[in-house]
Ligand binder design. Structure first.
Ligand code: TRP
Ligand code: SF4
Length: 400
């Protein structure tokens, strides 16, 4: 239960572009070999804002999953699944809603921001207000330790930490908690029980954080403890009740430095994106016609890389030597813009080529993708059910 699990989700926006890759997926790919990772399609979250467009969900979901796989998410390492296929997320959302103060939701900054940004939609809905709570259920149900997200999602992670804390506070204080925790400690065996108790005292009396770390590690190693006893020992260690839900931490993904073709943020809606599965000819053409420093009207006019979106691409794709060459050539009008773009074009194409190849396999045989997701859903569901058993019991719902 306490392995350092990573959970993250993405709304199904359809085929992904290089902005998604550099802003999130590349990081997911790196994490999959370092932690047990669960990545899912947040299709219910798509409905919180686009409830009137149900017809696009299916296509967007599969396009996105294919792109995850194309970009290097490896289903033998990470668990891939779809939110709506794990109804336990909805159950946890409902149960958490019982203890969620309305004010907490209303104060989440994205609530008002998004309502203003998406002013053409009526977002005065219950589902939209509950967006961060549904997201909390997504993460808390897997007792994740880390949530890799961008800056914009930080308030949502803060929110879910508070929800977890509140839940443990309200429901972790079962009758006879202390006696049960002590009984659980005995089950560690006398040597480890003694160590646990010493570490706990050192933490509680002297705030020794190394002691609490060691005690946690000790508990994590125990194979034969029941989930309930483990939660008791974790909670007792820090002086609270049972730690039924784990407070997750943000794992901040550096925001993508990759601009769109016009220098603004890359986004499908700005029509300035390069899709991961775009064919090489189109990629080449898009980059060749990409605007540069407007001061370079003629080939002989010197330019300033700081005023050119292509330079931003050099910062992402080129090594120091190539950058120095471009910078000097630009300022001295020693090179033309097309020449300057060549190394960038080559790097983008080299990055995309293996993705297109991998995607083709899944496009040729869609059952491969369905099977990967079915398998992921099954694994996710087992974990979710384990947590829900604890949650239901804590909330008095496991009666006969
Ligand atoms: N809200 C996230 C976004 O817009 C998507 C998301 C839904 C998510 N559930 C999640 C991200 C759980 C991380 C963890 O990007
Ligand atoms: Fe941009 Fe390169 Fe042209 Fe300079 S030479 S304006 S950096 S494309």
């Amino acid at each position: 239960m306490v392995e350092e699990r990573v959970v993250s989700g993405m709304r199904p926006t359809g085929a992904l572009h290089l902005g998604h890759y550099h802003g999130a997926i590349k990081n997911w790919v790196r994490l999959q070999s370092e932690y047990p990772c669960l990545y899912f399609v947040a299709d219910w979250h798509a409905l919180t804002t686009h409830y009137d467009e149900p017809e696009v969900i299916e296509r967007h979901v599969w396009d996105m999953v294919i792109d995850w796989l194309a970009a290097g998410i490896d289903p033998s390492q990470a668990v891939l699944f779809i939110q709506s296929r794990i109804p336990e997320h909805a159950e946890l959302h409902t149960l958490l809603s019982m203890i969620t103060p309305l004010g907490w939701l209303e104060r989440v900054p994205t609530y008002k921001d998004q309502q203003e940004k998406l002013a053409d939609r009526d977002l005065a809905t219950y589902g939209f207000l509950g967006y961060p709570l549904l997201q909390s259920a997504d993460v808390l149900i897997y007792r994740a330790k880390y949530v890799p997200v961008g800056e914009d999602q930080v308030p949502h992670i803060e929110f879910m930490r508070e929800i977890a804390r509140r839940f443990n506070h309200v429901y972790g204080r079962e009758p006879g908690f202390e006696e049960k925790a002590k009984a659980a400690a005995k089950k560690l065996g006398s040597r480890k029980a003694k160590l646990y108790s010493e570490l706990r005292t050192r933490f509680q009396e002297q705030g020794d954080s190394a002691a609490v770390e060691s005690a946690r590690a000790l508990l994590e190693e125990q194979q034969n403890l029941s989930v309930a006893d483990r939660e008791r020992l974790f909670g007792y260690l820090e002086g609270g009740g049972r730690m039924i839900l784990v407070e997750p931490e943000v794992m901040l993904t550096e925001s993508s430095k990759l601009p769109g073709l016009d220098g603004q943020k890359m986004s499908k809606s700005y029509d300035n994106a390069i899709a991961l599965r775009e064919d090489p000819e189109t990629v080449r053409k898009k980059l060749r016609t990409m605007p540069t420093d407007p001061a370079r009207i003629r080939r002989s006019d010197p330019g300033d890389p700081a005023k050119c979106p292509v330079w931003q691409l050099h910062l992402v794709y080129s090594d120091d030597k190539t950058r120095a060459w471009a910078d000097k050539g630009c300022r001295s009008a020693g090179i033309g813009c097309l020449e300057c773009k060549e190394p960038v074009i080559a790097s983008v194409l080299a990055e995309l080529a293996p993705m297109r190849e991998r995607a083709q396999k899944y496009l040729d045989d869609p059952t491969l993708v369905r099977n990967i997701v079915a398998d992921g859903c099954e694994k996710a569901r087992r974990l979710a059910q384990e947590t829900m058993r604890e949650v239901r019991e804590a909330m008095g719902l496991n009666y006969a």
